[in-house]
Design a protein around this ligand. Structure first.
Ligand code: NAD
Length: 790
């Protein structure tokens, strides 16, 4: 046998990680007092416990206190008590605490890693080299944000007490993603880990004690859905940050509707791993190992859909199978293990069920010839080929080591297939042609795109999704905004619209001629129902009539907005010019608009003229900002640059207020347009003629057809239709509290981003009712990772 033969025949021996320290920690702890509330360790009020066991053997690890609503009350009270002092403390003192947490975690790094692998089943190589170091980096990075708050977020303050709920797949890392930015922002937290993986959070609470975190700033409660729901519904909490399944995310969106709680949702995914024919196939295969078999595929951003260009499909699949045959399935505490057990028997059953169903639907499922350990919840890495786009394995999040493969012919088809999912979390693009990769990346509906790489994360780079993958970002500057609130100038409480009666007196002259239509796809069109809404002057006379828009009209308007490619694809400079032109044309008719305002609202001529002038000024402002509110470039501690691109949200529905009917409408529509969104606006129900008078201004201003659509009618009804419409990506509602709450609750179909005034208007004339706070809501931040080097 020569040396080469020996090398190939070489078997790996076992390389177990020592677990004595973790076992000693487990043996020494009283898990019946595992609730960390107000700096004390408490038993659950109901006296209940739940079991956590070891996925590699099924052996019981601990019986852990199971919190109920009374415990959540206590934790929220502790967080509220600690809040005033913590939020008022200097950025420097908060930075020191965050840094101390990071350093203390570093000192117990190995214990964290071993405990994580024991409790979750993930290979020690991953917990040791990825989860724990990234978690530590998160705390150290956010120490800096605590101190930079005034400099980088002027006019913002922490939202208050935050409720945080996390899943079991990255227990410590998700905890870090939640707690670090909250503490940096001056918030206090009540965090609930997942019931499968409570252990590292308990160790983390011990670290908080040692690192000098003031009592009550961090409260960690253990429990299941009941405790989670109690957090979500608690009136003492100002923000909910949730990571978990889309199913529970939707429950939470509904439960928090109308509560005024800030909400961020980091949900599931079905991410595409796109390999073009000019890719380096060997690198792509290694990427796939990371993309789908990392953490047994129990990763929200797992590259679970392999899209491969037809010409190289056979070659790539052959390489993937060869590589899969070498993946080592075994004990998570063996340093050579690539694939450990799934977290629990229920998860294993779920994955098996989905694979069986995928096969029933026509997929060919292949697994390497390997023997699984005799105990534990193991599943072999699985490759599904012949998968149709509708197959369950192409559509459902499996959350297991299962890769579904499809082929594409050209770039357009790759993008179409990649976006053929209700999720939008992440994607990988593999090509040696950086031009092609950067052409494809912006067209993918995903919050994170990795070029020639996968699963790269950093505390400085935002992470989060679109569509049913949720909203909000974690990490970096955009992640900090999730824990901060800007002071917006509040206006009066908005009362529900009353159905206007026919004006008692007719106007003199030409009222009938003034009947306005709807504005859809660049054309004035009659409402589908052929009904009109009567508009009264301030004196109760007939000012005119407008179309009574219906569900069908909103649908047509949304289709027109979606079909309009010219606006989102226009350059920012181009959009800026059109907005300037709109302002110019409105200014040409300023006197006419001012007269209309006076006629309808009874405003004095001066006040009316001021509102028109401010509307023009606001259009000017956003015209100027259209090419200035740009993304950033991050330089994470990796050989990569991360481009944090500002992308339009998509189709944005806008329900405008009655107060300042022209300025309010323009203050909302202009920032949305400036960032490249297309808009379906429902103007003030009471004063819609201000919006219908704009049709001609829009028509003269080179606005592409479909970029702005206006549907007049009953605000509450049309807001509901927009909320339920799955092709609307964002919805801004400034209407009465009930309409706002319903819009939030009814948005769960596609989890569109809803910005509601919660029944309050803004002081639209204030300078603070304009600028970055609006532009931020008009964009999604997409982080595109571009590695470099040989
Ligand atoms: P899950 O939604 O079942 O549970 C998540 C958490 O929510 C747990 O702590 C659970 O106890 C709690 N919970 C359950 N029902 C609740 C309710 N009604 N009210 C409040 N809380 C409730 O998810 P999971 O199975 O633990 O985790 C897997 C999911 O998490 C996957 O879908 C995965 O994609 C997602 N995930 C997303 C990200 C991301 O950043 N986008 C990261 C990790 C995991």
């Amino acid at each position: 046998m020569n040396i080469l033969d020996r090398y190939h025949a070489m078997e790996y021996g076992p390389a177990p990680e020592a677990r004595n320290e973790a076992d000693a920690w487990l043996a020494a702890r009283d898990f019946s007092k595992a609730l960390f509330i107000g700096g004390d360790w408490k038993a659950a009020a109901g006296g209940k416990t739940f079991e956590t066991s070891e996925p590699s053997s099924g052996k019981l690890l601990a019986k852990v206190s199971d919190a109920n609503a009374a415990d959540i009350d206590a934790a929220v009270a502790a967080a509220a008590k600690a809040l005033p002092k913590w939020s008022a403390s200097s950025g420097y003192s908060r930075a020191k605490v965050l840094y101390a947490i990071g350093r203390a975690m570093q000192r117990h790094q190995r214990l964290f890693a071993v405990l994580e692998s024991i409790d979750n089943g993930k290979p020690i190589r991953e917990s040791r080299d990825i989860d724990v170091p990234l978690a530590i980096r998160h705390f150290v990075h956010h120490a800096g944000w605590a101190q930079a708050l005034d400099r980088d977020f002027p006019g913002h303050k922490g939202v208050g007490v935050v409720g945080q709920i996390i899943p079991w797949n990255f227990p410590l890392l998700m905890l870090a993603w939640k707690i670090a930015p909250a503490l940096a922002a001056g918030c206090t937290v009540v965090l609930k880990p997942a019931e499968f993986t409570p252990l590292t959070a308990i160790l983390f609470a011990e670290i908080c004690e040692r690192a000098g975190v003031p009592k009550g700033v961090v409260n960690i409660v253990q429990g299941g859905p009941e405790a989670g729901a109690a957090i979500v519904n608690h009136p003492g909490i100002q923000k909910i940050a949730f990571t978990g399944s889309s199913e529970v995310g939707k429950i939470i969106r509904k439960a928090t509707a109308g509560s005024g709680k800030k909400l961020s949702l980091e949900l599931g995914g079905k991410s595409a791993f796109i390999v073009f024919e000019d890719a380096d196939l060997d690198s792509a295969v290694e990427g796939l190992v990371d993309g789908i078999w990392f953490n047994q595929g129990q990763v929200c951003c797992a590259g679970s859909r392999l899209l491969v260009q037809e010409g190289i499909a056979d070659a790539l699949i052959a390489k993937v199978k060869t590589r899969m045959s070498r993946l080592r399935v075994g004990s998570p505490l063996d340093k050579n293990t690539d694939i450990g057990p799934l977290v629990d028997a229920t998860q294993l059953d779920r994955v098996k069920g989905l694979v069986a169903e995928g096969a029933r639907q026509g997929a060919v499922c292949w697994q390497p010839d390997a023997t699984l350990p005799s105990s534990g919840y193991y599943h072999l890495p699985t490759l599904a080929t012949g998968v149709s786009p509708a197959n369950i394995l192409a559509q459902e999040e499996v959350f297991g080591p299962v890769l579904a493969t499809m082929t594409f012919r050209n770039t357009e088809e790759a993008i179409e297939l990649a976006n053929n999912t209700r999720y939008g979390l992440a994607a990988s693009v593999w090509s040696e042609n950086v031009n092609l990769a950067l052409h494809v990346a912006p067209q993918l509906k995903a919050g994170v795109v990795w070029v020639n790489g996968t699963n790269m994360f950093d505390a400085a780079c935002g992470f989060g999704g679109y569509r049913e993958s949720g909203f909000g970002r974690e990490g970096g500057r955009e992640g900090m905004f999730e824990y901060l609130s800007a002071k917006l100038p509040l206006g009066p409480v908005i009362k529900p619209a009353t159905v206007s009666a026919q004006p008692a007196e007719q106007s003199d002259g030409d009222a009938i001629d003034r009947t306005a239509k709807l504005f859809i796809g660049g054309k004035q069109v009659r409402p589908d129902g052929n009904y009109s809404l009567v508009v009264a002057t301030a004196k109760g006379k007939l000012a005119g009539e407008v179309g009574l828009g219906s569900r069908k009209d909103i649908r047509d308007a949304v289709s027109a907005a979606r079909a309009c490619k010219a606006w989102p694809e226009a350059t920012a400079y181009n959009r800026s010019q059109v907005l300037y032109y709109l302002a110019e044309n409105l200014s040409g008719r300023a006197a006419e608009f001012a007269a209309r305002l006076t006629e309808l609202t009874g405003a004095t001529p001066k006040a009316a003229r001021d509102e028109v002038d401010q509307s023009i000024e606001r259009l000017f402002l956003y015209a100027g900002l259209a090419d200035k509110f740009e993304g950033r470039v991050h330089q994470p501690p990796a050989r990569a640059v991360t481009l944090a691109l500002h992308e339009p949200v998509g189709v944005v529905g806008i329900v405008a207020p009655d107060a300042s009917p022209l300025l309010g409408l323009i203050s909302l529509v202009a920032p949305a347009l400036a960032m490249g969104n297309t808009v379906v606006a429902v103007p003030s129900e009471r004063y819609p003629l201000l919006a219908t008078d704009l049709y001609q201004v829009i028509e003269y201003s080179d606005v592409p057809a479909g970029a702005i659509n206006i549907v007049t009618g009953r605000t509450a009804e049309l807001a509901g239709v927009l909320a339920k419409h799955d092709d609307v990506d964002g919805l801004w509602v400034f209407s009465d509290a009930d309409t706002c709450a319903k819009a939030e609750a009814e948005s769960i179909g596609n989890l569109k981003r809803v910005w509601s005034g919660n029944g309050r208007g803004l002081d639209w004339a204030s300078d603070e009712a304009a600028g970055d706070a609006f532009l931020r809501r008009a964009i999604e931040v997409k982080n595109v990772w571009v590695p470099y080097g040989d």
